[in-house]
Design a protein around this ligand. Sequence first.
Ligand code: PLP
Length: 383
Amino acid sequence: MNRIPSTVSAENLTQFETLALNSSMNLADGHARQQLTPAQAKVIAELPELWAEAVLRPVAEIEQETADSFFGMLGQHSHPFAAGRTLPCYSSSLAMEILARSLVTTSDAVALLHPTFDNIPDILRGVGLRLIPVEEEQAHDDDLPAELLQQVGCVFITTPNNPTGRVMTAERLTRLAEQCAEHNVVLALDTSFRGFDPAAQFDHYAILDASGCRWVVIEDTGKLWPTLELKIGWLVRSENVDLPIEKIHSDILLGTSPLIMLMVKRFADDGADGGLADLQRTIAENRALVRAELADVPDISFIDEDARTSVERVHVGSRLALDVWSAVSSQNLYVLPCQKFHWARPEEGDRMLRIALSRNPSTLLAGARVLRAALLDTPGLQG
Ligand SMILES: Cc1ncc(COP(=O)(O)O)c(C=O)c1O
C-alpha cells in the first residue's frame, strides 16, 4: 500500500506511518514489529491446529476464554464479559468509530485529552462531534471544571496516553468517574497501550462500576505483539451507558475471527506466564539504547522521562521536527513529527519527534545513528 507520494505532506499521522511501511528503518507506527519470542513463534507454528479448534468450538466459548485471558493478564478482572457488554471488533479504531456514532445520537460535544493520537479526534469529528481539549496536566492533576462537563456528552481519556505515556492513577480515575457520574457524562477510556505499563493495570472496571458513571472502555491487543495486524479491539460498556452501541456494532459486524481470538488467547496466556514482563523489559532496553545513542547530541531532550509505553518522544531543541524528519526520511528512516498529536494546537508539536520502540534492536540502532547524524547536521532556529 502506498497512499501518498513522499513529496506530498501528510494529512494525518497514519499517512506519515504509511510512508514508512516499506522502509527497513520504519520507526514510525506504534505497531509491534520486533521478532516473535520463541514462545510466540510456537503459537504461530500451531496456527493450523488453532484453525481446526476454531472450526469446531462455539464462538461464544472461545470469546469468553480469550477475554478472560487477555483482561486477566492486564489485571482487569472485573470486565463484564458475562453480561454481554464486551464486544469484539477488528481493531480499536473500529471500536472508536462505533463509540463515536453512538455518542452523536445523544450529544454534540466531547471533552478530549490533548495531545493524543490523532485518529481519535479525527473519528470523533468525522461523525460531527465538536471537540473541547482537556490538557493532560489538567486531566491528571485537577477536577474538570463544571462548566466544561455541562457542555459535553463524554470525556475521553487515553491512558496510557500516546505519545506521552502518561497513565491516569486509580485515585484520579476514581475522582474523574465521580465527576462524570455527577454530570451524567459518559467517561470513555482508550487503554490500547496499558500492557506496557504495570501502573495502568489496576482493575479499572471495579473503579468505573463503583462510581456509578456511564462508561465505555476501548481495549486493544494490537499494540503489544508482532502479529501482522491480526488483532482484536474490544468495546466494553457499563450497564447504564444508554447509548446504541450494540445496535451500531451489529450494523457493522457479526463478529471477529475465532482463529484470531484463539491466537490472542495463546499470546495472552504466555503474557501472563512471564511474556508481558519480558516485553516490558525489551521496551525498556530499547528505550535505553535510543537514549544512549543520542545522549551527547546538543540541544535535544527526552520529554517523557518515566514513560514505559512503546514510543519515545524526543524534543529536537531549536530545530524544526519537520526539517529533521525530511533529513532522515531522505535516508529511509521514518519517525513521526508530533504536530498532529496536538490536534487542537499543532504548533505545540513543532519541535518533537516520536520514535517507535517495538522494533528489533538492530533496526533501532541503525535508525538512531541516522537520526543522530541528522540532528548534528540540522541547524536550529532562533526563538
Ligand atoms: C491510543 C490509540 N488508540 C487507537 C489506535 C488505533 O489502532 P488501530 O490502528 O489498531 O485501530 C492507535 C493507533 O496507534 C492508538 O495509538
